[in-house]
Design a protein around this ligand. Structure first.
Ligand SMILES: Cc1cc2nc3c(=O)[nH]c(=O)nc-3n(C[C@H](O)[C@H](O)[C@H](O)COP(=O)(O)O)c2cc1C
Length: 365
């Protein structure tokens, strides 16, 4: 109902509010506690147990929406099974000049060149601690996306500092090496720098979280070619990465996008990245024989989109641009509609659908 209303009002909202103003107002409303809440989503067939943790449902909010972990309680009220807070950097920074988010409703797409604006580690930790202290805690889990400051010339230093400070508070850590708006960041996906970075991260995690180490997930861009993806799959296995998040935004621009929109610098998300991200999930799952769990993200708007990624190999999914176009209760809608898709495939639990496309291929072969 709320989503239907949102979609009716959306053209008005989009006309009245520039994208970042809308985002800031949504965060403010969510923090105030005045935002409506989705009904309880409690369907055992959608519960996911992964890394010894229980996700009440497989639909999360992707990194970048709640950069300062300031609105977690309100966001969980919308039905998300998990929220990836951040990307946080050690020191506060302003990011790129505004405007830096652009919508293209005809193509259900967004381009952003935010550049990690955030209030820095100290504010992030304060917000997260106050969320964690308040009882009762929502059932959903909190991942923390970490990145480096723009001015940092030795990236490992920032990542290690963040692992030390935030690792003990995280349900998982997402190592973001794939945002296109911090110069040099994406180069960390190359074999040598990636191996060095992951080894340092794993060492620090073992040092500071020996008793209960949070899983470490690597977030990748969709613009990797097949040899690059194969190389990263090897590195991920050698460095014992616990999971990957596929994918971040793309620098590519499909031909059919209007040229004024396509000409904006930054990462493209939403419907145009949907297939590309699903393909990468499928390829990564095949390369690793499903041994490294995948979080699927990119252009998920409906339960069908989420289910396609799950069948391709994702154990969990996330949304960002779908939240902008479909409305605040997108997670609740997807969770409502997923069981029918499972049922149509003769399955009774979401875990049985993970990588199902590959099983079919193997059986057919
Ligand atoms: C405005 C905006 C800001 C984003 N900021 C981040 C970020 O800080 N860290 C990150 O890992 N991903 C960030 N992302 C990428 C999303 O988490 C997601 O990977 C990507 O948008 C693809 O999913 P979608 O098509 O559902 O949006 C951002 C995306 C958008 C649209």
């Amino acid at each position: 109902m709320i989503n239907e209303l949102y979609r009716v009002l959306r053209p008005l909202l989009f006309r009245a509010l520039p994208p970042e103003t809308a985002h800031d107002l949504a965060l403010l409303a969510l923090r105030s506690g005045l935002f409506p809440r989705a009904g309880k989503i409690d369907n055992p067939s959608l519960r996911v147990t992964l890394w010894d943790r229980v996700f009440p449902n497989p639909v999360g909010l992707a990194g970048g929406f709640d950069k300062n972990a300031a609105a977690l309680r309100g966001l969980f009220g919308l039905g998300f099974g998990f929220i990836e807070a951040g990307t946080v950097t050690p020191r506060p920074q302003n990011g790129n000049p505004r405007p830096r988010i652009f919508r293209c409703p005809e193509h259900e797409a967004v381009i952003n060149r935010m550049g990690f604006p955030n209030q820095g580690l100290t504010a992030f930790r304060r917000n997260l601690e106050s969320f964690l202290e308040k009882r009762p805690r929502p059932a959903g889990l909190v991942g923390i996306s970490i990145g480096m400051n723009k001015a940092q010339t030795e990236p490992e230093k920032d990542y290690v500092q963040l692992v030390r400070a935030l690792g003990p508070l995280a349900d998982y850590l997402a190592i973001n090496v794939s945002s296109p708006n911090t110069p040099g960041l994406r180069d960390l996906q190359q074999k040598k720098p990636l191996t060095d970075l992951l080894n340092r991260v794993m060492e620090e995690r073992a040092r500071v979280c020996a008793a209960a180490p949070p899983p470490v997930l690597l977030k990748l861009m969709p613009d990797l070619d097949a040899p690059q993806l194969a190389e990263i799959a090897d590195v991920a296995q050698e460095c014992s990465v616990d999971g990957v998040i596929l994918t971040n935004t793309t620098l590519a621009r499909p031909d059919n996008l209007p040229s004024a929109f396509a000409g904006e610098k930054g990462g493209l998300s939403g419907a145009p990245v949907r297939e590309k991200s699903t393909r990468m999930i499928r390829d990564f799952y095949a390369l690793t024989e499903g041994k490294i769990p995948v979080v699927g993200v990119g252009g998920i708007f409906t339960a069908r989109d989420a289910y396609d990624k799950i069948r391709a190999g994702a154990s969990l999914v996330q949304v960002y641009t779908g939240f902008v176009y479909q409305g605040p209760f997108i997670a609740a809608d997807i969770c409502r509609d997923l069981p029918a898709l499972l049922h149509a495939d003769g399955l009774s639990h979401i875990g049985q659908a993970v990588g199902a496309d590959h099983k079919r291929k193997t059986t057919a072969a």
